[in-house]
Design a protein. Structure first.
Length: 280
């Protein structure tokens, strides 16, 4: 029961700027506390009763409303976060330096996090070598270059061949095969990309390690794929390209002794255990 409740809480937390709400709540409490606190020094009780108490009450309550909005109505995170920032700045001059600066700092951090938060995962380009292929050259736009992946074994789930498309490589149009998949697993991965001017970047996994590309729809544009197709333990040599496209693709395939020349890999997240990156 506790485990189920904890998992439900984690799912709930992931769908909203939870940390930002915590910071804004803390800011509200810190700003509210000093004007209404009683400090006892021996037999002397010190109470702060100034107009700052009214301002602290108003700003503190508004910050609490912003925090509740961040948790209960995350779609309004932008106005709630912006309001938290404004209230934290106003508190500096109206409520004992914004709770002796601490409250204003917490509110500013919480508001900034709320504005920056998004529930849409960022999908990085799958592969360090691919990132290098998109580097800007002086005086030119981003240039896509061909890169090569080798592996002793390549398992692909959810594989689909969608046809031949055009891809621009070094300013020229080339015909490539377009595949989509849900998961890629490559053993002994070595990925090599051309940086231009004779320089190459090489990403190499630890020996025997299985690198993965997963989390979302993956699109792969292939110039040429040479490998052995493993069918019930029987190895069938294949050599796919625009001039020799695959006649039939099943959703799950296993290739061995793989060499892939590609121009683009979109979607998914690449994990390379023990990655070693070098530029030659």
């Amino acid at each position: 029961m506790l485990l189920t409740a904890w998992r439900a809480f984690l799912r709930w937390r992931a769908g909203r700027p939870f940390g930002a709400g915590l910071l804004v709540t803390a800011a509200a409490l810190v700003i509210l506390f000093p004007p209404f606190a009683n400090v006892r020094l021996g037999d002397v009780v010190i109470s702060i009763r100034t107009i700052g108490g009214v301002s602290a009450l108003l700003i503190g309550v508004l910050l609490l409303i912003c925090a509740c909005s961040l948790w209960l109505r995350p779609q309004f995170r932008l106005p709630a976060g912006a309001m938290a920032v404004v209230l934290s700045l106003v508190a500096l001059v109206t409520t004992n330096l914004g709770g002796f600066l601490l409250g204003s700092v917490l509110g500013l951090l919480g508001g900034a996090l709320a504005v920056a938060w998004t529930d849409q995962p960022r999908t990085p380009v799958a592969g360090v070598a691919v990132i290098a292929l998109l580097l800007l050259q002086p005086g030119h736009a981003a240039v896509t270059r061909e890169w090569t992946l080798t592996a002793s074994r390549l398992d692909i789930e959810g594989l689909r061949y969608t046809g031949i498309v055009d891809s621009v490589v070094d300013g020229r149009v080339v015909k490539v095969l377009r595949f989509t998949a849900s998961v890629l697993r490559a053993r002994d991965l070595v990925q090599t990309g051309d940086l231009g001017n004779g320089a190459k970047i090489v990403t190499r996994a630890a020996p025997g390690a299985v690198s993965t590309v997963s989390r979302g729809r993956i699109e792969l544009l292939v110039v040429r794929l040479r490998a052995n197709l493993n069918v019930l333990g029987v190895k069938i040599p294949v050599d796919y390209s625009a001039n020799s496209p695959p006649p039939l693709i099943v959703p799950f395939v296993i290739f061995t002794e793989v060499t892939v020349r590609a121009t683009d890999l979109k979607g998914g997240v690449l994990h390379v255990p023990g990655a070693a990156i070098s530029v030659t």
